[in-house]
Design a protein around this ligand. Structure first.
Ligand SMILES: *[C@@H]1O[C@H](CO)[C@@H](O)[C@H](O)[C@H]1NC(C)=O
Ligand SMILES: *[C@@H]1O[C@H](CO)[C@@H](O)[C@H](O)[C@H]1NC(C)=O
Ligand SMILES: *[C@@H]1O[C@H](CO)[C@@H](O)[C@H](O)[C@H]1NC(C)=O
Ligand SMILES: *[C@@H]1O[C@H](CO)[C@@H](O)[C@H](O)[C@H]1NC(C)=O
Ligand SMILES: *[C@@H]1O[C@H](CO)[C@@H](O)[C@H](O)[C@H]1NC(C)=O
Ligand SMILES: *[C@@H]1O[C@H](CO)[C@@H](O)[C@H](O)[C@H]1NC(C)=O
Length: 480
């Protein structure tokens, strides 16, 4: 029988080392049981900037069971990660699961990444939504004169923020708010899904957004904004579920989005009556391309009705529209002031439409009765070319303002096929002046003057935001 060897100095040391190894293994096993990073999924995504640091929501107490509130976890995580802004920035990864949460605020040099198997569920508990000041360019809440709830994902005075995923989901659970709205019980303006204010370098991309309580995506008083590859879905009957509303923003690019909604798919805005005139911040240098829209009771792309800070240099191209009231609608009124000018639209494909062209000079909604009716909007140099439409009731309903006509309206190379029961009057034009060529059915007399050869203008140059190249970033998500 072999006795175990007497411990020597060397194998005492070996025993200590193996004890350390065993302890280390036990430790790893415990960590894995608590936070099961058994295997990691590596993925890449496109962003304006990549981050040096990365954290998971679960590291801050997040629970993805669809029932537990993660409001505190999101707020803690982002507060912590904000300290890394000057050290290469940080990304917060929302892993697979259902993450119920109230409103939280973003920080600078930050990425919120929502995995394709993750869904944020917006809380229906109003105490999880802080109230914020009304927008200065609106002077009041959009639903009610009082304050307004902060959006689900909110950011103000930020630089370099990315909200993205590999088609992760955010469900606004809007039914709670829509019911209140229908019962006229909304006392505080409903929250939006994503609102970014006074910020520079924003990206919102690669997500599916459902059922916002009100507007979905609202960049305001911001510049250098990229919004791409969003799927936005709301029931077509629910109130004010606008898809994307660039508002007093400059240098913005919206592309490759699919939107079905109960209000305008995209509404370009810049403040309301005397509040918007005083604030005086236009939406300018905006490109919208490759968007598909359905909105049976609203418009694919609206300009206004809040446009008192002005809207200029907007390029819209390659848009598909199905079962919607109008293609591009101008909405304004006496008292709005401001301007809508240098608007360029080309290549729209439309079917099941009430109107193709629609301009409304007496859009009734006013913030209050303190507006100055002599503040007249200037609507000028609006260009449409290369539109093909089918199943249309009325080609154009164009109403300017008496004493304030909408001028230099240009329409060229347009073919409209009418529905089985079209309106008798196809072009109704009042207080409108402009040009046309190659338009069928033939336009009204105020547009009969020939457009120049080659048709209406569309700029050849690119906006600075079109030249921004995204970087390829990577991250790892645990497989649960
Ligand atoms: C988010 O920021 C706004 C504006 O600074 C503030 O009013 C609000 O309370 C903040 N929300 C949270 C949850 O901290
Ligand atoms: C609503 O949220 C508040 C604050 O987070 C919490 O105290 C309350 O229990 C929640 N109410 C319900 C019904 O969950
Ligand atoms: C954000 O920026 C605006 C405009 O520059 C400024 O008026 C406001 O005070 C800033 N807010 C914060 C919280 O820094
Ligand atoms: C459109 O609006 C009318 C009147 O407000 C309403 O009766 C109808 O249900 C709406 N249709 C859709 C598809 O929302
Ligand atoms: C035309 O549009 C109407 C109303 O939107 C719809 O009921 C009808 O089916 C459409 N017809 C065709 C041929 O698409
Ligand atoms: C044409 O437009 C004018 C001005 O908006 C309006 O008063 C009139 O009812 C319209 N006519 C038809 C037939 O739609």
């Amino acid at each position: 029988m072999n006795l175990p060897p007497k411990p020597t100095k060397i194998n005492q040391a070996a025993a200590r080392i193996s004890a350390v190894i065993v302890l280390a293994l036990v430790n790893l096993a415990t960590v894995d049981a608590m936070n099961p990073r058994l295997s990691l999924n590596s993925l890449t995504f496109q962003a304006i900037n990549c981050r040096k640091h990365s954290a998971l929501l679960t590291e801050f107490g997040g629970v993805g069971d669809g029932v537990t509130s993660n409001t505190h976890a999101f707020r803690q995580a982002i507060e912590h990660l904000s300290t890394l802004a000057a050290d290469g920035g940080a990304q917060l990864v929302v892993p697979p699961g259902k993450w119920l949460t109230g409103s939280f605020n973003l920080t600078s040099h930050f990425t919120l990444f929502i995995d394709k198997e993750a869904k944020l569920l917006a809380s229906q508990n109003e105490s999880e939504w802080p109230r914020v000041e009304v927008l200065p360019s609106y002077g009041r809440g959009r639903d009610a004169p009082g304050g307004r709830y902060s959006s689900l994902i909110f950011g103000t005075n930020l630089t370099d923020v990315v909200i993205t995923g590999n088609n992760g989901k955010i469900d606004g659970q809007g039914s709670y708010w829509w019911e209140k709205f229908h019962k006229e019980e909304v006392k505080v303006t409903r929250p939006y899904m994503i609102e970014i204010m006074y910020s520079d370098q924003i990206q919102i991309s690669d997500l599916t957004l459902n059922n916002s309580p009100s507007w979905f995506v609202h960049p305001i008083y911001s510049r250098n904004v990229i919004i791409q590859r969003l799927t936005i879905l709301a029931p077509v009957t629910e109130p004010n579920t606008d898809g994307i509303n660039p508002d007093s923003c400059s240098n913005t690019r919206i592309e490759d989005c699919y939107i079905v909604s109960g209000d305008d798919c995209i509404a370009i805005k810049s403040g309301w009556n005397q509040y918007g005139i005083k604030f005086g911040m236009p939406t300018e240098d905006l490109v919208i391309r490759r968007v598909t829209c359905t909105s049976p009771n609203s418009t694919a792309i609206a300009l206004g009705s809040e446009m008192s800070g002005g809207i200029r240099n907007v390029r819209i191209e390659n848009i598909a529209v199905i079962n919607t009231q109008a293609a591009v609608r101008i909405k304004t009124a006496r008292g709005r002031g401001g301007f809508i000018k240098d608007i360029f639209v080309r290549r729209m494909f439309l079917t099941r439409m009430k109107y193709i062209f629609w301009m409304t000079g007496d859009y009734k909604a006013h913030a209050d009765d303190k507006f100055d009716p002599s503040a007249l909007p200037v609507i000028k140099n609006i260009n449409y070319k290369e539109l093909v439409a089918m199943n249309v009731s009325m080609s154009a309903n164009l109403a300017g303002i008496s004493g304030d006509p909408f001028t230099d309206i240009c329409i060229s190379n347009v073919k409209i096929e009418l529905s089985a029961t079209p309106k008798k009057l196809q072009w109704n034009c009042t207080n409108i002046e402009g040009f046309s060529s190659d338009v069928d059915p033939p336009p009204c007399a105020p547009l009969a003057k020939a457009a120049k050869r080659g048709g209406c203008d569309f700029p050849e140059d690119q906006l600075p935001i079109e030249k921004v190249q995204l970087k390829s970033c990577s991250l790892e998500i645990p497989v649960f």
